[in-house]
Ligand binder design. Structure first.
Ligand SMILES: [Cu+2]
Length: 375
């Protein structure tokens, strides 16, 4: 019985060793913490290594003494147990040494933690808001605001198309920041708890409804850094990636101008009149990015959780009611207010799409102007 257990233990040990070895052979799948790309992420990495080596040192020392004692003072050699019960000297030694080790660890840990939390003297602030299941970025100094939504095509998710390298890690509008600027993030949520995490920055921060947590970063290299929501936040938790693009100041300024132009263009577009085909095409795209997570790509919903759009009393009934739900949502439910999230054009298109797809052949068209009027 014992021999059997022992054999089992050996197999498990070798299994674990083999697994670790296998993990190591993937170049981009390291076992250790990664260094990241910022000064802070490097500080965090160095702290981690320092504590790790202190632990290794303590472990080696303790086991060396233990093994030495067991071996040298064994019974067969006639060892007699020493009596040092209630020895003040021993008690002082084994209290002082661990205490000093802990202090030695607390100093660098506190220094790093304070640096991580120090959001003073930032050059710009971006508010990050988690939504089920997307992120919203508000540039508080520049009056830019947009949502960032997963763009991985449904076919890849459902296994009908090969997956790209950035599978589930692509969004329509990445968060763009300049390099060499201290950026303060104000992180919060609109519904449930999310967590904003880009590993290369060296930290993650919870997004809690009703609270604002802050964090900061300063990047030095232009590039694209990816992350995702790190808090289990509902059905599509794994579908709210983060793409952060760092640009040189010059490119960043150009991007800011572009965003302001895009806002003006959206305001112009809100007065246009679209054809049924245009509305349906735009509507399908908007539906798949913003509505299909809950109402499903085929409009069937998930019974008992998310109502079907196919044959829905709202989608084939009164248009005004449909527009109202689109703009204001249904308070207290997962049905969000899309009035702020989507442009008038996209909202008009998606409502037209819902009224004419999935067998809802109402023939109704909703124009951007109808949305503007309803707001
Ligand atoms: Cu989330």
């Amino acid at each position: 019985m014992f021999a059997k257990t022992l054999k089992g233990a050996w197999y498990s040990l070798w299994g674990a060793v083999l697994l670790l070895g296998a993990g190591n052979s993937y170049a981009d799948y390291p076992i250790n913490l990664t260094r990241g790309v910022t000064d802070i992420s490097n500080k965090v990495f160095d702290l981690h290594m320092l504590i790790f080596w202190i632990c290794v040192g303590a472990c080696v020392l303790v086991f060396a003494v233990l093994i030495y004692s067991i071996f040298t003072h064994r019974k067969s050699k006639g060892a007699v147990a020493a009596e040092f019960h209630e020895s003040t000297t021993v008690e002082i030694i084994w209290t002082t040494i661990p205490f000093l080790v802990l202090v030695a660890m607390a100093v660098p840990a506190t220094t790093t933690l304070l640096a991580l939390e120090d959001t003073r003297d930032s050059d710009m602030s971006i508010q990050v808001t988690g939504y089920q299941w997307k992120w919203k970025y508000d540039y508080l100094d520049d009056d830019i605001s947009f949502f960032s939504v997963l763009t991985t095509p449904r076919e890849q998710i459902e296994g009908d198309a090969p997956k790209d390298d950035t599978y589930l890690m692509d969004v329509d509008n990445p968060i763009v920041v300049p390099i060499n600027k201290k950026i303060r993030f104000l992180i919060t949520s609109n519904d449930v708890i999310h967590s904003w995490w880009v590993p290369a920055l060296g930290w993650k921060q919870d997004a809690v409804p009703g609270f604002i947590n802050d964090a900061w970063t300063e990047l030095t290299e232009p590039g694209t850094y990816r992350g995702k929501c790190a808090e289990l936040c509902g059905k599509d938790h794994g579908f709210m990636p983060i793409v952060l693009v760092a640009k040189t100041q010059e490119d960043y300024d150009a991007w800011v101008e572009e965003q302001k132009g895009a806002a003006a263009a959206a305001a112009d577009a809100a007065t246009a009149t679209l054809t049924m085909d245009e509305l349906m095409a735009k509507g399908e795209t908007a539906y798949n990015s913003h509505c299909a997570a809950c109402h499903q790509a085929n409009g069937a919903g998930i019974p008992g959780v998310f109502p079907a759009i196919a044959g829905s009393a709202v989608a084939i009934g009164d248009v005004a009611k449909h527009i109202d739900i689109g703009i204001n949502g249904v308070p207290g439910t997962a049905m969000q207010a899309f009035g702020e999230q989507l442009s008038a054009v996209d909202l008009a298109a998606v409502i037209t799409y819902q009224r004419n797809a999935f067998g809802n052949d109402t023939g109704d068209m909703v124009q951007p102007a109808d949305i503007v009027a309803a707001k």
